[in-house]
Design a binder for this molecule. Structure first.
Ligand code: ZN
Ligand code: ZN
Length: 212
């Protein structure tokens, strides 16, 4: 087993950070949040000689899950996550995409929903599932303890937090998720988020205006 690596492909007009997590040596991995622009994602997979074992979804918003069914069919892999509380969001993606004028996005039906405390993995890289509601009721975070890394989706951003004005949003729940589940993992934990640059939990704990 080699080191855990991550590659980011910004997708959809929302510039969502579709992320390929993979093993540097074995070249196997997973795609997190293929929200759209599936041709771009498939090109990155083949240019980097990767074998994709599964699709992982952090939450049910269209920019995160709208391309999942197309990618699943192309690769023949399962869609894992988010928590089932996001089912209403996953089943409204096509309607929402039409409202935004984004072609090609589809409703998403996961093969398996996730819950707090479950574990997902590929090639020996183990990720704990943290249920972090607030931005979306079924939002999950994928935490790799060995690598000191978390994929936090739209829960936490560098210098900001997820918006909570969308259906199912709850600002107090979001701040609780961050303060009670993410920050206690440690200041040194590095994160990738759904939009913009990632960072480290310690920097957010000290200077993120929504948390201090
Ligand atoms: Zn979102
Ligand atoms: Zn997003």
């Amino acid at each position: 087993m080699g080191e855990l690596r991550a590659g980011i492909i910004p997708v959809t007009p929302f510039q969502q950070n579709c992320t390929i997590l993979f093993d540097e040596v074995e070249r196997r991995g997973v795609v997190v949040d293929p929200g759209g622009d599936v041709d771009k994602i498939r090109a990155a997979i083949s240019e980097n000689d990767l074998v994709i074992e599964a699709i992982w979804i952090t939450h049910g918003h269209l920019d995160h899950a709208g391309g999942a069914m197309e990618l699943k069919e192309a690769l023949g892999v399962d869609i894992i996550g988010p928590h089932e509380a996001d089912e209403p969001l996953l089943s409204r993606i096509a309607d929402q995409a039409r409202n935004y004028g984004i072609p090609g996005l589809r409703n998403c039906t996961p093969d398996r929903y996730l819950a707090e405390g479950e574990v997902v993995s590929f090639g020996g890289h183990i990720f704990e599932v943290l249920h972090c509601p607030g931005h979306a009721p079924g939002h999950v975070v994928f935490y790799n303890r060995a690598a000191g890394f978390a994929h936090v989706g739209d829960v936490l951003f560098h210098g900001s937090v997820g918006r909570t004005d969308l259906p199912g949003g709850d600002h107090d729940a979001l701040i609780r998720s961050i303060k009670e589940k993410l920050l206690p993992l440690g200041d040194e934990i590095g994160f990738i988020c759904g939009h913009g640059p990632g960072g480290r939990f310690g920097d957010e704990r000290r200077s993120n205006p929504f948390l201090v």
